[in-house]
Design a protein around this ligand. Structure first.
Ligand SMILES: C[S@@+](CC[C@H](N)C(=O)[O-])C[C@H]1O[C@@H](n2cnc3c(N)ncnc32)[C@H](O)[C@@H]1O
Length: 307
């Protein structure tokens, strides 16, 4: 196959400290195991870990039983915590699943919530839970429930003063330009409600766009354009939203579960330094090829205010 011709650095003897970080950023997506590489990163060096790890029990490439998911994930989380700078973040895309066996068979398994609590106990600041709404979720038969049309994106911060740029993710105001102008000039802008609260309505439309809210609607990508198609690639629009909001321009983004390289492609395109790790050689090689061409072959997610 074509990708086998692409040289991929082996995961066996990684470098350490600044050299390890520099290597990841230079490679783009390094063929390697995050459990080996993450503890070797310099402490406080990364602005953002943005990642979508293998979900429990989901894919042939990494089967992790939901009962053991937290135990599996915590060493990665510990290493990321040590490597994240004071204003840095871990942004984690993950999804619930239905238990296939055991006493919870047929019910939603609580592994996502168990993980969130474990991360909070580790010291990560649980800042927000975002819903990634998928307007084009695949239809199917899912038992006594509707189709899965959303996933979670959890924003954890390293400490109490995280970088967060709301202005970078604002969406167009829904109202007309006439109404925006009218509001701006409204001499009686502050109105009190019966409950006694006042809000200065003259400033509502002075922010260059609306706050998008924590329901982020981005069409899923069903991208099959690479030589070895990754079955779980995320849409570039989702990565763009969270990278813009949680990593300063010029900051360092690392994706420890890089897959087809979406995080790195988007982060580099938006002026961040970025690298990732991918355990499977074929995926890593494809991601490197994608980076080399900066292939943007999904339709960029259009961010709409879902509220
Ligand atoms: C959900 S996919 C990521 C998809 C990615 N966000 C994209 O847009 O293509 C998770 C990836 O993590 C990789 N992975 C699993 N365990 C890993 C490890 N220990 N180190 C590095 N990569 C790993 C899997 O091979 C898989 O490609």
């Amino acid at each position: 196959m074509r990708w086998e011709a692409v040289p991929a650095p082996g995961p066996v003897v990684p470098v350490t400290g600044q050299a390890a970080l520099a290597r990841l950023i230079e490679d783009g997506v390094t063929w390697g195991d995050s459990s080996v590489w993450l503890p070797r990163l310099p402490s406080g060096s990364v602005s953002l870990f943005f990642t979508s790890p293998p979900y429990a029990d989901a894919r042939a490439y990494s089967r992790i039983h939901p009962d053991r998911y937290v135990e599996w994930f915590l060493p990665f989380a510990r290493a990321m915590y040590a490597a994240t700078c004071e204003s840095g973040s871990l942004v984690l895309n993950i999804k619930n699943r239905v238990a296939k066996s055991g006493s919870l068979k047929g019910q939603r398994h609580p592994y996502v919530y168990q993980l969130v609590i474990a991360l909070q106990n580790m010291g990560w600041w649980w800042l927000e839970t975002y819903i990634w709404a998928k307007p084009n979720a695949v239809p199917g038969r899912f038992g006594p429930r509707t189709k899965d049309a959303y996933e979670y994106v959890y924003h954890f911060a390293r400490g109490p003063k995280p970088y967060f740029d709301l202005d970078a993710v604002r969406v167009p105001y829904k109202t007309s330009t006439t109404e925006i102008d009218r509001r701006r000039l409204d001499a009686n802008g502050r109105r009190n409600t019966a409950a006694g609260f006042g809000r200065d309505r003259t400033t509502t439309y002075c922010h260059g766009g609306a706050d998008p809210g924590n329901v982020v609607s981005v069409p899923q990508t069903y991208n099959q354009h690479y030589g070895v198609a990754h079955t779980a690639a995320m849409p570039e629009g989702l990565a763009a939203f969270f990278i813009s909001a949680t990593c300063p321009p010029g900051g360092i983004v690392i994706d420890p579960f890089a897959g087809s390289g979406t995080t790195v492609v988007v982060a580099r395109r938006s002026g961040r330094r970025a690298g990732g790790l991918e355990l499977h050689r074929s995926f890593a090689a494809e991601a490197q090829r994608r980076l080399a061409t900066d292939q943007a072959d999904d339709i960029p997610g259009s961010l709409v205010n879902a509220s």
